[in-house]
Design a binder for this molecule. Structure first.
Ligand SMILES: Nc1ncnc2c1ncn2[C@@H]1O[C@H](COP(=O)(O)OP(=O)(O)OP(=O)(O)O)[C@@H](O)[C@H]1O
Ligand SMILES: [Mg+2]
Length: 250
């Protein structure tokens, strides 16, 4: 019986691909979870822009919380012209920010649907529509936090995340979802989205000898013999760079 080898999708983040056998496993859904300002949106955009520029792969940005013009302006500082890529047809964009404004119950005819369920249905429909149109090879959903905290019940939350992961998998694209890291430390409580994603990359700050060090850690990556030690990274005008050969703790 032959076992197919896993196709790798380069993230475009220098050093990160060295930790994961050359890239993300194709067609999988990877969670990038990090503290505020840790670079989640930058990493996700770098992944999309690098796919378009280096490999001619179309991308889809699903923006959950930030205004499009703010996102475009922030990313332009790294030389990434998302607006231009969108006009050229290489990048699709789903603005999911209006979902936040929905009332607690949405009435469809005689049926009242919870905000969470309605948001998820609407989001998946919008993603599917853009997937049909642009046929992306890479998709980013940034961030999923406000969506999933609408499900305080853990069983419903699992179901909702599985629906989203299922929709992303059926697109055939390699996907990054970002989330806010809610618990830190070695004995931290794991969030359900970490179990349900195929891979998890953490972006955290560590206090080392009185200084704050930014560290990236591959917590899990299916189909991959990955380096799970945290590695230092920096954010500069060219985006995120990971120092794969260095260590955070000596
Ligand atoms: N040119 C730059 N050089 C160095 N650091 C930068 C530069 N531009 C932005 N940053 C850093 O990147 C951070 C923002 O990155 P990003 O927006 O990707 O974070 P995030 O994890 O998505 O944050 P949030 O949780 O608020 O969405 C800023 O806090 C800043 O420290
Ligand atoms: Mg962000």
């Amino acid at each position: 019986m032959s076992v197919e080898t896993t196709e790798r999708v380069k993230t475009g983040v220098t050093g990160l691909d060295d930790l994961i056998e050359g890239g993300l496993p194709a067609g999988r859904v990877i969670l990038v979870s990090g503290e505020p300002g840790s670079g989640k949106t930058i990493l996700a955009s770098q992944f999309l822009v690098s796919g378009i520029r280096k490999f001619g792969e179309t991308g889809l940005f699903v923006c959950m919380e930030e205004a499009r013009n703010h996102l475009y302006r922030e990313m332009k500082r790294f030389g990434w012209d998302l607006e231009g890529l969108e006009s050229a047809g290489s990048l699709g964009f789903v603005d999911a920010t209006p979902l936040r404004l929905l009332p607690e119950k949405v009435n469809i005819g005689d049926v009242a649907i919870d905000r969470g369920d309605f948001s998820m249905m609407t989001l998946i429909q919008a993603i599917n529509k853009e997937v049909q149109r642009i046929k992306p090879k890479r998709i980013v959903v940034d961030p999923i936090t406000s969506l999933i905290i609408q499900y305080p019940d853990i069983i419903q939350r699992r179901g909702a995340i599985l629906d989203l992961v299922g929709a992303l998998v059926s697109s055939g694209a390699t996907c990054i979802m970002t989330s806010e890291l809610r618990h830190t430390g070695l004995k931290r409580r794991l969030d359900v989205e970490e179990f349900l994603s195929h891979g998890v990359i953490l972006l955290q700050n560590h206090l080392i000898n009185g200084s704050i060090v930014r560290a990236i850690q591959v917590e899990k990556m299916r189909e991959t013999n990955c380096e799970t030690q945290p590695k230092p990274y920096k954010i500069s005008s060219s985006g995120i760079e990971v120092f794969a050969k260095e260590s955070v703790f000596r």
